[in-house]
Write a protein that binds this ligand. Structure first.
Ligand SMILES: C[S@@+](CC[C@H](N)C(=O)[O-])C[C@H]1O[C@@H](n2cnc3c(N)ncnc32)[C@H](O)[C@@H]1O
Length: 421
């Protein structure tokens, strides 16, 4: 099985995956596990793969780095094994989530969270009061019936008002995030989230009860996992841009295990917007478009219109064979998509150049990536990343095919690995 491409490229061997691994190498494999399952988010990658890559570290004396941390799968997997690790993500909600996943929660934090739940539950059920605040998420009524939105709003006000340690509050925020999705009219059956029709009307007390019950279930499950203390390790979740990595200072790592966004126009900000609006990380659509524009491969909302006027910098080019022809082939169908692909690989290249000095000699990097297909033009991201890694100074690039990605034929997930000489 090889990915389609209209552009001649140097031949790199891609061994076929062992049979039956589709489930093992998707985020579904994460769901049942402890803290990994705290929030159900699409971008998460496979735990099995991360465990395998952690076990193969060539410089186990040095910490692990994940520069596109998402939900913090790498950070938490390292934490569970007492391995020092740091992560970077541009999205402040995901940074909070990664840090919350690896935090230590003492018995006092858990007891305080339980006590605070009683306040949230009482507030949710108090249907005589109007919520003090509701998020301005676009088409809020498509997400929640008004009765449920109001109950969530009352519970959220109680969460913000109650006195509790930051840790106890984080446990409740996690439970709140789960409850807000459980009480929304959305499903996660596909690659990304989709709406389903709202039930016909609901009384205020039924809506309030649905929210209070969901909060109680969510907190019980979060507390279960929080009780299992993680072993001691030096861990950090940084809010930063993987293209600059300034938060890392001069620190060096032995292993990079990561998965940058795929060039598939999926927007993480779009996927995460219910959590981000409720928790205050997004105020309006402009915030959302700005954050997506800064993210690699982001094209949601205003980010798409900005692409129409985007011009590649004259002083830089993507140093991979056939790249110019690839962009030109896409441009015959859509200039915006050609700019999208061009910008995506320039950004990825900028990141690889930025990460190189942070990898110690003898260290190894692993990038989980997916290829793309635009108007029948194959974008062999795995091969391009392998070439860009070499251009950035890494050696011995190797590509492993992990799994077919979606029902769309020809889309695959790969892990591209290389060494720091
Ligand atoms: C495929 S997801 C990572 C998923 C992760 N492996 C997990 O298990 O949850 C890619 C992540 O890259 C982040 N990202 C995009 N552009 C970035 C940038 N310039 N700097 C840092 N992070 C970025 C996105 O916010 C997203 O969380």
């Amino acid at each position: 099985m090889t990915a389609p491409s209209n552009v001649p490229r140097p031949q790199l061997r891609v061994p076929p995956p062992p049979p039956g691994l589709r489930e093992r190498f998707t985020f579904r494999g994460n769901l049942l596990d402890t803290r990994h399952g705290w929030l159900r988010l699409t971008p998460a990658y496979s735990l099995h793969l991360v465990h395998e890559l952690i076990a193969q570290r060539t410089r186990p004396d040095l910490p692990v780095l994940d520069p596109f941390a998402g939900t913090g799968t790498t950070l938490l997997s390292c934490a569970e094994r007492a391995i020092d690790a740091e992560s970077v993500d541009l999205n402040p909600f995901l940074c909070w989530l990664a840090a919350a996943k690896v935090a230590r929660y003492g018995s006092a934090d858990r007891a305080r969270a339980r006590a605070l739940l009683a306040d949230l539950s009482a507030a949710a059920r108090d249907t005589r009061r109007a919520p003090a605040w509701l998020p301005t998420i676009h088409h809020r009524e498509r997400w929640w019936l008004p009765e449920r939105a109001h109950a969530l709003g009352r519970a959220f006000a109680a969460l913000s008002a109650g006195s509790a340690s930051p840790r106890a509050r984080d446990l409740l925020r996690l439970a709140f995030c789960r409850a807000l999705i459980e009480t929304a009219h959305v499903s996660f059956g596909h690659q990304s989230m989709s709406f389903h029709p709202a039930p016909e009307g609901e009384s205020a007390s039924a809506g309030a009860a649905a929210v209070a019950d969901a909060l109680a279930r969510a907190l019980a499950s979060v507390l279960d996992a929080a009780r299992d203390a993680l072993p001691r390790a030096r861990l950090g979740a940084h809010l930063d841009d993987a293209r600059t990595l300034t938060s890392l200072g001069r620190r060096r790592y032995g292993t990079v295990i990561t998965s940058p966004p795929y060039a598939n126009r999926m927007s993480y900000v779009r996927e995460l917007r219910p959590y981000m609006y409720w928790l205050g990380y997004l105020k309006d659509r402009r915030d959302a478009g700005d954050l997506d524009w800064r993210a690699i491969g982001g094209t949601w909302g205003s980010a798409t219109s900005r692409l129409t006027t985007w011009k590649p910098p004259t002083e830089r080019r993507v140093r991979a064979s056939g790249f110019r022809q690839l962009v030109a082939a896409i441009a015959t169908h859509s200039t915006v998509l050609a700019s999208y692909v061009h910008r995506y690989f320039l950004d990825l290249d900028t990141h690889l150049i930025a990460v190189f000095p942070h990898v110690a000699p003898g260290g190894t990097v692993h990038y989980v990536v997916g290829n793309s297909l635009f108007y029948g033009v194959g974008v062999p991201t795995h091969e391009l990343v392998a070439e860009l890694l070499v251009g950035a100074g890494f050696s011995h690039p190797a590509i492993r095919l992990l799994r077919p990605r979606t029902s769309k034929r020809g889309l695959f997930e790969y892990v591209v690995s290389a060494e720091r000489p």
